[in-house]
Design a protein around this ligand. Structure first.
Ligand code: NCC
Length: 276
């Protein structure tokens, strides 16, 4: 079969990956008192639209990039998990519009999710590796980490901060696009937060710049810009189908290879600007 072109891939994503967030009236949540803590409106109607958006991967190659000013010049900036800005402003900027977190960050002791100020700016969006069915009942009884327990606690402590939970259909719709566009079978694990955040921003923004998802000349074994831990699997993937994710993003990139090499910068069009 012929490889799909960039524009074809963009149209597939636009049409087949829907950004849905949990809302109080959805089953089985409508049975629980705490469902009133879920936002009444979907994320896509409460946030944006934005002209320009930056997606800041947590890659070690952001260290000494000097990209901070460029990143902050975007109308909205998305960051991931425990990635800090404090002390790293020169390289990653300081604006945080959205922080996308996985359920492991919410639940594991060492991240102090409920008390750390790291999570208190911008809009929080959480996700959990759900069963492939994406059935809400099945997921509710079998989350990877206790996302709902932590959500309720956090909302009690920070009732004013917007906090959404992604519907698990998004992760598997996106996974299917990956598998459908690769010649070999890929592991049945959801895409990384990086790709989820990229597609999320493509539905909120006219133009999306993704930083150091495709590594620049600063490419390094360093896992994160904010830690000295080295593991090439952070860049190449182990649990997440990260190499396939990067292949797909490379095919959709509208920017130049030089932009990748020098700035680790990929340019993707927002879904509202692509005609299918
Ligand atoms: O490492 P993580 O991701 O938080 O990174 C966020 C996103 O940046 C991109 N990335 C990161 C490092 C790197 N060298 N290259 C990259 O391209 C990826 O797109 C990545 O998604 C996650 O996706 O949620 C992940 O979370 C961590 C971990 O749970 C959190 O950092 C909290 O500690 C996972 N690590 C482990 O489970 C050990 C990681 O697999 C995926």
């Amino acid at each position: 079969r012929q490889k799909r072109s960039g524009p074809e891939l963009l149209c597939q994503l636009k049409e087949m990956v829907k950004i849905t967030t949990l809302m109080p009236e959805m089953e089985p949540f409508n049975k629980f008192l705490w469902a009133s803590q879920l936002p009444a409106k979907p994320l896509t109607s409460a946030l944006g639209p934005f002209k320009t958006c930056a997606v800041v991967s947590s890659a070690g190659s952001l260290r000494n990039s000097g990209l901070g000013k460029e990143i902050d010049a975007h109308d909205a900036v998305v960051r991931f998990n425990a990635a800090p800005t404090l002390g790293f402003e020169k390289d990653v900027g300081s604006k945080t519009t959205v922080r996308l977190i996985n359920s492991q960050v919410m639940a594991s002791e060492d991240h102090h999710f409920l008390s750390s100020s790291l999570y208190s700016s911008g809009t929080l969006v959480a996700w959990d590796p759900a069963p492939f069915s994406s059935d809400l009942n099945e997921w509710y009884n079998k989350t990877d980490y206790p996302i709902f327990k932590q959500y309720q606690q956090y909302r009690k402590l920070h009732p004013q901060q917007p906090f959404y939970i992604l519907h698990p259909s998004m992760e598997w719709q996106l996974w299917k696009r990956l598998q459908d566009n690769m010649a070999e079978p890929i592991q049945k694990n959801p895409p990384s937060s990086g790709l989820l955040g990229t597609v999320l921003m493509m539905s909120l923004c006219d133009v999306v710049h993704v930083y150091e998802f495709l590594p620049s000349r600063r490419r390094t074994e360093l896992c994160h810009y904010y830690q000295n831990f080295k593991d090439i699997a952070c860049t190449m993937g182990a649990y997440h189908p990260l190499l396939y994710e990067k292949n797909l993003v490379k095919r959709m990139n509208k920017g130049s290879d030089n932009d990748i090499y020098n700035f680790g910068r990929v340019t993707l069009p927002g879904f509202n600007t692509v005609n299918c």
